[in-house]
Design a binder for this molecule. Structure first.
Ligand SMILES: Nc1ncnc2c1ncn2[C@@H]1O[C@H](COP(=O)(O)OP(=O)(O)OP(=O)(O)O)[C@@H](O)[C@H]1O
Ligand SMILES: [Mg+2]
Length: 265
């Protein structure tokens, strides 16, 4: 099977007040369906810019070159020149952020927000959309979904809010999920539950997941492949066992040695 997403020679720069920052210097990688690819690298290495490029959410002053090929009905479209991004975003490709508040509207009941996402892409009745919303809330293991449906974001814990954000991200059965530090704001137990959920999404729904994380423990637990970004360039790409057993780039070695103990089983 061909990859669901292929990024080719992606270059992104920002010019502000005559100063240019080259955030990505020509990176290429792919994500397969049913695979979790971890994107790691120090702060400022270009991880978030990679996600925003894929969804075309960069500011106007960003200069982007290269190709972002997304497999849509058995052929590839280049998202950088694709005119109908609304059809892609939140439907074929969606994103989960570190802070669920980035996507949740504090003034709307969570059920309504899930329903809105469904109706933005599907021409179905409100009743049907409500049923789908409750189903997806069950899928992401929100307890008592029928009751929670009517709650507002502030009535939920951080972990539950992140589950709602994930429910919104997956409700239209996306092919690709971009997750930018999705568990950083959560405690360890909740973080583990969310990561288990990602493993289920990849296995049961065959979603290709690009997971940005600082935490090499998370990489070891859930990733199939790892891409190491350093100052806007990919310096290493390998399957997860190879990275931990035999890191080749000095930066990867440093990254691994700065982590005390790895629980690999
Ligand atoms: N909107 C923007 N305008 C100008 N420069 C930006 C913008 N977004 C990112 N950058 C710059 O691009 C580079 C890459 O940033 P990016 O946010 O992708 O890093 P990151 O790897 O996600 O870091 P972190 O781990 O801290 O989230 C940085 O130098 C950053 O300052
Ligand atoms: Mg970032």
């Amino acid at each position: 099977m061909e990859p669901v997403l292929k990024v080719e020679n992606l270059k992104v720069s920002f010019t502000l007040e005559e100063q240019t920052i080259q955030a990505l210097k020509g990176i290429s990688f792919h994500v397969n369906s049913g695979e979790i690819v971890a994107l790691v690298g120090e702060s400022g290495s270009g991880k978030s810019v990679t996600c925003y490029s894929i969804l075309k959410l960069l500011p106007k002053y960003a200069h982007i070159e290269g190709k972002i090929l997304f497999r849509l009905e058995n052929s590839y479209v280049d998202l950088l020149s694709f005119k109908k991004m609304q059809k892609i975003r939140g439907n074929y490709i969606s994103m989960v952020f570190q802070e669920p508040s980035a996507v949740l509207n504090p003034l709307l009941r969570i059920g309504e927000q899930i329903v809105e996402t469904i109706l933005a892409h599907k021409d179905i009745s409100l009743e049907k959309a409500k049923k789908i919303a409750v189903e997806v809330m069950k899928k992401v293991k929100i307890p008592e979904p029928e009751r929670r449906f009517y709650q507002y974001p502030h009535e939920l814990s951080g972990g539950l809010k992140q589950r709602v954000a994930i429910a919104i991200a997956i409700v239209n059965n996306p092919k690709v999920l971009l997750a930018d530090e999705p568990t950083t704001a959560l405690d360890v137990t909740v973080s583990t539950q969310i990561l288990n959920l990602f493993l289920e999404l990849k296995r049961d729904l065959n979603i290709g997941i690009l997971l940005i994380t600082h935490d090499l423990g998370i990489v070891a637990e859930v990733a199939d492949r790892v891409i190491v970004l350093y100052k806007g360039e990919i310096v290493e790409e390998a399957d997860v066992f190879q990275i931990f057993d035999n890191p080749s780039h000095p930066y990867t070695k440093k990254l691994l040695s700065s982590r005390p103990v790895l629980k690999l089983d």
